[in-house]
Ligand binder design. Structure first.
Ligand SMILES: NC(=O)c1ccc[n+]([C@@H]2O[C@H](COP(=O)([O-])OP(=O)(O)OC[C@H]3O[C@@H](n4cnc5c(N)ncnc54)[C@H](OP(=O)(O)O)[C@@H]3O)[C@@H](O)[C@H]2O)c1
Length: 293
């Protein structure tokens, strides 16, 4: 059956290619973005297949309005793709509070806004899919990741948690963890760096900027292929909670898992010494159940 997709940040990059793949598969798509004219340039004028809507994800009222407009046109939403986002790759001390908040406003609170607006629809339907676009940076931190990776770690924790809250309503959540994909992500039109300059960081800062500039529009990942993969995953009865996109992502995440396991093993003896004598049995039961807290 043909599905209705709702995609944020769809005017370019991954969002545009995901929307195009869904259209090519015969589905209908609500493409949303900050600049409606850019959406209309990327997609044919509104038709019975496509609806383009202004949506800056940092504005909760716009998210609610876009969901209402999507329902008025198509009657339901089957697949939400929380894709809108950008990277502030500045070194922490060279960034400001305003830059940190702006990064969280888009990548975390923006994603919350859209999810909060769409979930009641999926819950009423007792069916739906959510793809939250995280990153390998949602599992690995590194120089220049104190803002960006932190927001994507937040997306991971949020997604893993709500996946459990909404499963009973037939809603499935998949966290998408792309490696490096050829989009405008590293372009001056998208990426941000810290606005403060600190002499101690000057060398690292310029090395990092040169590293990212050198990869701009030269990344290995093909956004059109990722679009087709999400269309495939949206059809799967049992989609994964996490999906690594690209061989670089598979290698980096595999390395992180191995490092985590090795560190856990190396410090296990000391780790378990903090258990209260009377709660050791309880901690063991909790670990077995795989719950946190
Ligand atoms: N490309 C990669 O290597 C890579 C890797 C891992 C994860 N990701 C993630 O993939 C997602 C898409 O990035 P991309 O690579 O496609 O980069 P991109 O080409 O720069 O596209 C980013 C999109 O997000 C939109 N956006 C940014 N802030 C927004 C806001 N407040 N409200 C609505 N839309 C907003 C942009 O809209 P405008 O056109 O109006 O600026 C643009 O459409 C992001 O979440 C990013 O973190 C990308």
């Amino acid at each position: 059956m043909s599905k209705i997709w709702f995609v944020t940040g769809a005017a370019r990059g991954l969002g545009a290619e995901i929307a195009k793949a869904a259209l090519a598969a015969g589905d209908r798509v609500v493409v949303t973005g900050r600049r409606r004219e850019a959406l209309q340039a990327a997609f044919s004028p509104d038709s019975d297949k496509v609806l383009s809507l202004s949506l800056d994800v940092t504005r909760e009222a716009e998210a609610e309005g876009a969901v209402e407009a999507a329902l008025a046109r198509f009657g339901r939403i089957d697949v939400l793709v929380n894709n809108a986002g950008y990277g502030n790759l500045g070194l922490f001390e060279e960034t400001t509070d305003a830059e940190a908040r702006a990064q969280y406003d888009t990548n975390v609170f923006g994603l919350y806004n859209v999810t909060r607006a769409v979930l009641p629809v999926l819950r009423r339907q007792r069916a739906g899919r959510i793809f939250n676009v995280s990153s390998v940076g949602g599992l690995l931190g590194g120089e220049g990741g104190s803002l960006y990776c932190a927001t994507k770690f937040a997306v991971e924790g949020f997604s893993e948690s709500i996946a459990k809250e909404v499963a009973a309503f037939g809603i499935r959540v998949t966290i998408v963890e792309p490696g490096f994909f050829r989009t405008d992500f590293l372009d001056d039109s998208s990426v941000r760096y810290g606005s403060r300059q600190i002499e101690d960081y000057a060398e690292l800062s310029s090395q990092m900027k040169a590293f990212w500039d050198g990869r701009n529009h030269a990344q290995a990942g093909d956004p059109a292929k990722l679009g087709r993969v999400l269309v495939d995953l949206a059809d799967r009865a049992d989609p994964p909670l996490r999906f690594a996109a690209g061989s670089d992502a598979v290698a980096m995440i595999g390395g992180k898992i191995a490092a985590l396991q090795a560190e856990l093993d190396a410090w296990r003896d000391l780790s378990v010494t903090t258990d209260g004598d009377d709660v050791a049995a309880q901690a063991q039961a909790q670990a077995k159940a795989g719950t946190w807290g």
